[in-house]
Design a protein. Structure first.
Length: 320
């Protein structure tokens, strides 16, 4: 009987602990849900108010609004982000950034003559390639009729759109990128981009105009045109795409940012890692060499302040 009583006491204690835990967790989840919902509604109200203020500021002029959202906002995002990186590239400071350099000894500091040429090409692509491509896009978006609506899309719907944008970009960029690696196109078109075997952020859109159309611009523009997206969604997506590709090319594996190891390896080896997410590279086997390297081990978000080049160093080269 003593053992039975002890067993029964243990069962009652377990039931008490379990039921109490369930109640506490339920209360916490409900409380958290309430706070998240409150913040969500406040943010939604703020965004809606800001959008209407901007809309009336431009007096509902759809072309001006489109130009501001699809060109000015993403352009500012690109140059503000890369402006910080360029200071590190040119001066070698602050060390908080430069100590995370992927290819040690490269661009330390960057060749300023080569950098000026890259900036001229980037500006040309932005003003004389990307900007004119917005004209046909504007008419496509106007045809959809949703782009300049006074009511913003819900955040949930934007997440759906973002998923579609990302999927279409991965497919279009992977195959157009492999296309420009064809010997004929590589020699006359894509080789320009690969002049930088150790890339920096601004080089993300340093390319031949044909490549800039095929691989840089169309994969990003296609998603919003397919979905008939709102101009705020377009501005957010274009800005995210430009910052993401700048991170992929920046040459620094910085804490808490997406890993640039994948695309940096492409610039180093040329015939590996063609995509953005790496899904199609895995399916086509164009990342096999990459998967056998230390760079693959480092290809993750850095969650500490110790550079991965230190925690996962390259294997010592064998003596000849």
């Amino acid at each position: 009987r003593s053992q039975e009583e002890k067993l029964w006491d243990a069962v009652k204690l377990s039931a008490y602990v379990l039921s109490t835990s369930v109640l506490v967790i339920t209360a916490l989840v409900n409380s958290l849900s309430w706070y998240v919902q409150t913040i969500w509604e406040a943010l939604d109200h703020f965004c809606q108010t800001a959008w209407l203020t901007l809309y009336y500021q431009f007096e509902g002029d759809e072309w001006t609004i489109f130009l501001f959202g699809a060109a000015v906002v993403p352009g500012l995002a690109f140059w503000c982000f890369n402006g910080i990186l360029l200071v590190a590239d040119v001066t070698g400071k602050p060390t908080f950034i430069t100590r995370y350099r992927i290819q040690q000894g490269k661009n330390d500091p960057v060749d300023t003559k080569k950098l000026r040429q890259a900036i001229y090409t980037v500006l040309f692509n932005q003003f004389f390639v990307s900007l004119p491509m917005l004209v046909p896009m504007f008419y496509v978006m106007e045809w959809w009729g949703n782009t300049f609506h006074k009511e913003l899309p819900t955040f949930r719907w934007f997440l759906v759109e973002l998923s579609v944008f990302t999927l279409l970009e991965e497919i279009l960029f992977y195959y157009t990128h492999r296309l420009v690696h064809h010997p004929l196109l590589y020699k006359n078109v894509h080789k320009k981009h690969h002049e930088w075997t150790a890339p920096i952020g601004v080089v993300s859109i340093y390319a031949h105009p044909l490549e800039h159309i095929l691989s840089n611009t169309l994969p990003v523009m296609t998603g919003p045109m397919v979905m008939g997206s709102h101009i705020v969604s377009i501005a957010t997506w274009f800005s995210l795409a430009l910052i993401t590709t700048s991170i992929s090319h920046c040459g620094y594996h910085l804490p808490f940012l997406p890993s640039p190891e994948f695309h940096d390896f492409h610039h180093l080896k040329f015939n590996q890692c063609y995509g953005v997410l790496g899904v199609l590279d895995y399916l086509h086997g164009t990342d096999r060499v990459f998967r056998q390297t230390k760079a693959y081990e480092r290809h993750r978000v850095l969650l500490s302040f110790t550079p991965l080049s230190e925690s996962i160093p390259e294997s010592p080269k064998k003596a000849e």
